[in-house]
Design a protein. Structure first.
Length: 239
């Protein structure tokens, strides 16, 4: 009877090769299991100059990708667009990615208002995040040096004082940039607030809306942060 002799070394090597071949992944990945769609706030409105705060959540282990108006793109959960302008209005889209698989895109409609009264009447002011207010202000206007236009507004009960200076009395309305320079440029408004805590407070770079109608000038700020004082809304009016 002929003996069959196994070459153990060769057998082990061949076995390892077979095992290795069986573990190699196919070049074509398996079909994706689509992740759930992100949870978002469907739509909201912000004032021009405010912040657009987007948020996506609800998908475990996901990364989020955003796109939107004005070539906007962002990879992350909570993108923020500061100093929003009209061109930032529109639909923002977000999708969740888990591994190499994507969810459907979900839209968030954002409307940036180019004008607002902050629901305040003429010469009304408020600290919307505070415990005091709203206030009724008393305003007087005058023409100063170099034809500047100045409004002084006060409320004795709250010790709130507001000083506003424009380069000249405006003839048409528009959006102006807040500055702490008492000699503002054409597109700027100097806005100084004083509160019961004392001192002068400013909000640089934010937006004030100027309205002009029948000789009356309204200077409006909406939920605007003044460093050291807090968030202030005001509709200061003078003829």
């Amino acid at each position: 009877m002929q003996k069959i002799i196994f070459n153990k070394t060769r057998f082990i090597i061949i076995g390892l090769i077979l095992i290795a071949i069986s573990c190699v992944k196919d070049n074509t990945p398996a079909d994706c299991t689509k992740p759930a769609n992100p949870t978002v706030v469907k739509g909201f409105t912000v004032n021009q100059g405010g912040s657009i705060q987007l948020s996506a959540s609800g998908v475990n282990g996901a990364k989020y990708s955003w796109s939107g108006p004005h070539s906007f793109s962002y990879d992350g959960t909570n993108p923020v667009i500061n100093n929003a302008n009209i061109y930032n209005s529109g639909n923002y889209w977000v999708k969740a990615q888990v591994g190499y698989c994507y969810s459907d895109s979900v839209s968030v409609n954002v409307f940036v208002k180019s004008d607002s009264t902050c629901n305040l009447g003429d010469n009304g002011a408020d600290f919307p995040n505070g415990s005091s207010g709203p206030f009724t202000m008393h305003s007087a206007c005058s023409t100063g040096a170099n034809n500047t236009y100045q409004i002084n507004s006060s409320n004795a009960d709250s010790s709130l004082l507001i000083t506003i200076i424009l380069k000249q009395k405006p003839q048409v309305g528009g959006a102006y940039t807040l500055t702490d320079n008492p000699s503002p440029a054409d597109n700027e408004v100097f806005y100084q607030a004083q509160g019961s805590v004392g001192g002068n407070f400013y909000s640089k770079g934010n937006i004030a809306y100027v309205k002009v109608k029948n000789g009356q000038v309204n200077v409006i700020i909406c939920s605007t942060n003044f460093a050291g004082l807090g968030v202030l809304s005001a509709n200061i009016t003078c003829k």
